[in-house]
Design a protein. Structure first.
Length: 64
């Protein structure tokens, strides 16, 4: 069972409320395309999309 977590700036999810759904669906399709076994049983894939406040992200030690 693949588990995929996507984290991005929360303001992106606020600007586009459908973004999380589109990402989850697209990622699920990619995982299924690459992780489906020979018997053709689609894997149960869990995708979570999390919005994280910009103040909790750092790059090279600096808050972005």
């Amino acid at each position: 069972m693949p588990l995929v977590t996507v984290k991005l700036f929360e303001h992106r999810l606020q600007e586009d409320p459908e973004l999380a759904r589109r990402l989850a669906v697209a990622i699920d399709e990619v995982v299924a395309a690459h992780c489906t076994p020979a018997n053709g049983a689609r894997p149960d894939t869990w995708v979570t999309v999390e919005g994280v406040p910009r103040t909790q992200w750092t790059f090279n030690g600096e808050i972005r």
